[in-house]
Design a protein around this ligand. Structure first.
Ligand SMILES: CSCCC(=O)C(=O)COP(=O)(O)O
Ligand SMILES: [Mg+2]
Length: 233
């Protein structure tokens, strides 16, 4: 069977600027209204209560919103924040406020790999619903049917080898039969420690300073998906 190709999103299939300049400001601005309107729905309350607990039991919604906005500013990859962001972005996609840019080279390669029989999967800090929204509303159309599986930080954090072992188990694959693509070397280090093959996607638009030599931590390095050969060891 062909290896599974597991891809990160931000900085890998899609630009960092889309996440930082479109998605995060949208969530920051929409959060107060979202919490007012839907804060009593159990699936929303669950995450708001988690934030409150971590913040020393602070329970006023206004303070929870402020905490969440602070976490957005710090780019915290917190599971509660990511779950809530996903729900907020849904409104943005549905109302056509934005579509999700996916790099054309990524779209081309993902379509080709799928046609060639490589199983495709996603692992991102963004929640699984947010991942599905992004690929379902991409500026290249609906890319969701290309993917067999989606993973978020419910499986563990992206810099921990155990997360990649868990993903391989869920996929029913040996770790060595999974190729992980990411823009973050620490994530690739964790995947490699778990036994996965790795490629550093080092896009000039996202990382003007190329991460060559020691900075690539020994991972294969490409500047676009066009440089990836999933057959090479
Ligand atoms: C899934 S769309 C939102 C992206 C996001 O919130 C995020 O934190 C992306 O992190 P990644 O692990 O894809 O680099
Ligand atoms: Mg990334």
């Amino acid at each position: 069977m062909k290896p599974t190709i597991l891809t990160d999103i931000e900085g890998t299939t899609s630009s960092i600027s889309f996440v930082k300049d479109v998605l995060f400001p949208y969530a920051r601005q929409a959060l107060p209204g979202f919490v007012r309107a839907r804060g009593n729905e159990p699936q929303v309350r669950h995450w708001l209560d988690q934030v409150a607990m971590e913040n020393g039991g602070v329970c006023q919604d206004a303070m929870i919103v402020e905490t969440l906005q602070g976490w957005i500013d710090q780019d915290r990859k917190h599971t509660a924040l990511k779950a809530l962001q996903g729900m907020v972005w849904e409104a943005g996609y549905r109302s056509g406020d934005f579509t999700a840019p996916v790099y054309p080279d990524a779209v081309e390669a993902l379509r080709r790999w799928d046609a060639e029989g490589y199983p495709l999967a996603v692992y991102s800090s963004g929640s699984v619903p947010a991942q599905r929204l992004l690929f379902g509303n991409s500026d290249a159309g609906d890319l969701l049917p290309l993917f067999h599986a989606f993973f978020d930080t419910a499986v563990g954090h992206k810099r921990e080898p155990g997360s990649y072992r868990g993903i391989a188990r869920s996929l029913g694959r040996e770790a060595g039969d999974v190729l992980f693509l990411s823009d973050v070397v620490e994530e690739l280090d964790a995947a490699r420690e778990a036994g996965m093959r790795t490629v550093l996607v080092d896009r000039r638009e996202d990382y003007p300073q190329p991460r060559t030599g020691e900075a690539a931590h020994g991972h294969a390095r490409v500047e676009s998906f066009a440089g990836i050969d999933p057959r090479s060891p």
